[in-house]
Design a protein around this ligand. Structure first.
Ligand SMILES: NC(=O)c1ccc[n+]([C@@H]2O[C@H](COP(=O)([O-])OP(=O)(O)OC[C@H]3O[C@@H](n4cnc5c(N)ncnc54)[C@H](O)[C@@H]3O)[C@@H](O)[C@H]2O)c1
Length: 258
């Protein structure tokens, strides 16, 4: 019998921030399916450990590292632990992010604005800052930043989140130029509404009528599965995407097309 096992990421080491839940977890497992060793970095250790179990079930090596992406010393340490454990870094997915408590800008609290921008924008910057030198040690690699459909359109009541996700696309374009000549490819994925806690519990409050209303906004008529976003991310990190630099792939069931 012919085995058709995906070995695209054999011998590679991948880091996924926010890998304890939702999209980040699906990305981590997809890398493991391709043969990578995967570090999941995030705030909730128990959830990260669950992801490591899934990585190991997929036949990969996994490591959970506590890290708040807003804190420079924690990001720096997470990358040091990655190097100490696996010796290198080839792929990084800056996925950790928070949604915004909906409010018109004029009524939004400054603390909420700062929480969203700090996590989504500053966190992506900090991770990149410490990922790039590790990638360069072994001739480059790939970074994917997770933006959102809200990175390409405006959304009522979501000015901090929309700003943060637009910023990630601009950041991606700029960082992509920094070390393209040294073998680092930086791109972004902008997911649409995806079946994770962010959408199923917080954005919709878990209410059937809100879920139905949200689904109707996507021409495809449903939410994405986290695995559908993970497929786009892992493809971007694979050799098949070798000519993509500074690009954003929108994976949103057509929501932002009209
Ligand atoms: N679910 C959606 O509909 C959707 C749509 C577009 C974009 N996104 C983006 O996809 C990414 C993943 O979202 P998700 O839907 O899986 O949400 P989620 O809430 O299920 O997961 C987010 C993860 O990020 C982690 N995180 C949050 N703040 C952190 C911090 N300061 N340091 C470290 N980790 C932190 C959380 O603990 C969690 O593990 C986010 O960047 C989100 O903005 C999600």
């Amino acid at each position: 019998m012919t085995m058709n096992k995906d070995r695209r990421f054999a011998e590679k080491v991948a880091l996924v921030t926010g890998g304890g839940d939702g999209i980040g977890r699906a990305i981590a497992v997809e890398f493991a399916n391709g043969g990578a060793s995967v570090v999941v970095a995030g705030r909730t250790e128990a959830k990260l450990k669950e992801t490591v179990q899934l990585i190991e079930s997929a036949g990969g090596k996994g490591l959970a590292v506590s890290c708040d992406v807003r804190k420079e010393n924690e990001v720096k340490t997470a990358l040091q632990i990655t190097k100490e454990t696996f010796g290198r870094l080839d792929i990084a997915v800056n996925n950790a992010g928070v949604d915004e408590k909906s409010s018109p800008s004029a009524e939004q609290s400054t603390a909420e604005w700062e929480r969203v921008i700090d996590t989504n924008v500053h966190g992506t910057f900090l991770c990149t800052k410490y990922e790039v030198p590790l990638l360069l040690e072994h001739g480059g690699g790939s970074i994917v930043n997770i933006s959102s459909g809200a990175g390409v359109i405006g959304v009522k009541g979501q000015s901090a989140y929309v700003t943060s996700k637009h910023a990630i696309i601009g950041f991606t374009k700029s960082v992509a130029l920094d070390d393209v000549d040294k073998g680092i490819r930086v791109n972004a994925v902008a997911p649409g509404m995806t079946e994770t806690d962010m959408m199923m519990k917080r954005a919709t409050g878990g209410k059937a009528e809100n879920i139905a209303k949200a689904k109707s906004l996507a021409p495809i008529g449903r939410f994405a599965k986290p695995e559908e976003i993970a497929k786009a991310v892992t493809w971007l990190c694979s050799g098949d995407a070798s000519y993509l630099i500074g690009a954003t792939i929108v994976v949103d069931g057509g929501q932002t097309v009209p």
